[in-house]
Design a protein around this ligand. Structure first.
Ligand code: NAD
Ligand code: MG
Length: 390
């Protein structure tokens, strides 16, 4: 029986992953979550998990109480997440949100696992380290971001040397046709309302600012290794075509499907086979139109910043992501405005390019973490400065 762990089980991707599994048909090793310990305990009981881990030590007593009599062990805190990743599992879903997802994923790779990677921040902050760790331990990394799963599928059986361009699509988010002045005044409630996809709060807001697409451009560069000028993004409001790969004979392979993450998750679950996945089937005759437009770099500056990171690489991805996470928290707390998020990230990248050798590739998790921490400090300073001006 296949053994499976899910990191970030209580989140949007985690729930969709468990929805594709049947208790008794898989051996669930570890499930992890945050403060929703009641939900985590329910999941762990249903699948008879070996261990349930909450990221928050202060929630351990509640988790223990919720698991009483179930035989499931309870644990808490960042070190417990690493220990959970040390428990061998054949297939591990990495679906914690943010930079916190990197360490457990890296650790699981050391056991030669197949890592289904939804946590895009792992590739953005430490792509070369992650892939080198996988290679050194005979582990496999499978992309679960929908665009990257789509590229991966379009490349199946193809010689990479024949690839001319890779295009990942963006929905454009809720502010796609808003003028700049209106975007500047956008609230967290407006930003979280994604037109097509149902996702966690943070990625939904990143979609509105196109920081999500910025992360995904970097993710494409790191995972597939194509040169930055081969990688494009195009706004496609219907979210039906997820990515396209163009070859040197002019042919393009496109991947289409309903906006449902269970497809990308199911593909990684059954890979290299194709298994049944219960997603809605596309009815082409009912698709009125598929439209495509160029993204606007003025209203969505995150895309320009992504290009800088794709060119610099090294520690710049860790700095970019950390600054973005701090700016996102500040926006959620209403300390800064929507467009201030990109301004903060740009300021941090500019400052750190003088303070850190951003081009140096991280060889260890500690180096990535140090760059992440410094960028968070600089971002806090930039947020405070902007707040003082408001
Ligand atoms: P979510 O917010 O719904 O869930 C996040 C999960 O991580 C929860 O289980 C939460 O408890 C846990 N978590 C949060 N902070 C943590 C921390 N500091 N330490 C340990 N655990 C923590 O997020 P989501 O939308 O499911 O996204 C998860 C990841 O997948 C993100 O990296 C996101 O970018 C990526 N992703 C999501 C989607 C989507 O449709 N939701 C699509 C593509 C990629
Ligand atoms: Mg995506």
């Amino acid at each position: 029986m296949r053994s499976i762990s899910v990191f970030g089980a209580t989140g949007s991707i985690g729930e969709s992953t468990l929805a594709l599994l049947t208790p008794g048909q898989v051996r669930v090793v570890a499930l992890t979550g945050g403060r929703q310990v009641g939900r985590l305990a329910e999941q762990a009981r249903r699948f008879g998990a070996e261990v349930a881990v909450t990221a928050h030590p202060e929630a351990l007593d509640d988790l223990r109480a919720a698991l009483a009599g179930s035989g499931v062990q309870a644990a808490a805190g960042p070190q417990a997440l690493i220990e959970a990743a040390d428990r061998p599992a054949d297939w591990v879903m990495s679906a914690i949100v943010g930079a916190a997802g990197l360490a457990p994923g890296l650790r699981a790779l050391r056991h030669g696992t197949t890592l289904a990677l939804a946590n895009k921040e792992s590739l953005v902050t430490a792509g070369p380290l992650l892939l080198a760790t996988a290679a050194a331990h005979g582990a496999t990394v499978l992309p679960v971001d929908s665009e990257h799963s789509a590229v991966f599928q379009a490349l199946a059986g193809e010689d990479r040397a024949g690839v001319e361009r890779v295009i990942i699509t963006a929905s454009g988010g809720p502010f796609r046709d808003w003028p700049l002045e209106r975007i500047a005044r956008a609230t967290p409630e407006q930003a979280v309302a994604h037109p097509n996809w149902s996702m966690g709060q943070r990625i939904s807001i990143d979609s509105a600012s196109m920081f999500n697409k910025a992360l995904e451009l970097i993710e494409t560069r790191e995972f597939f290794g194509f040169a930055p000028e081969m990688i494009e993004t195009v706004v496609h409001p219907q979210s039906i075509v997820h990515a396209l790969v163009g070859f040197r004979d002019g042919g393009i392979m496109a991947h289409l499907g309903p906006a449902d993450m269970r497809h990308a998750i199911g593909y990684a679950l059954h890979w290299p086979d194709r298994g049944h996945v219960p997603v809605e089937r596309l009815d082409l005759t009912r698709l009125a139109r598929l439209t495509f437009e160029a993204p606007d770099p003025v209203r969505f500056p995150a895309l320009r910043l992504a290009r800088e990171v794709m060119a610099t690489r090294g520690l710049s991805g860790a700095a970019f992501n950390a600054a973005k996470e701090v700016a996102l928290d500040a926006f959620l707390d209403r300390r800064i405005g929507f467009l201030d998020m990109a301004a903060v990230v740009e300021q941090v990248l500019d400052r750190l390019s003088g303070e850190l050798r951003l081009r140096i590739a991280a060889a260890t998790l500690e180096e990535v973490t140090a760059a992440d921490h410094l960028a968070r400090q600089r971002a806090d300073e930039a947020v405070s400065a902007r707040q003082a001006k408001r």
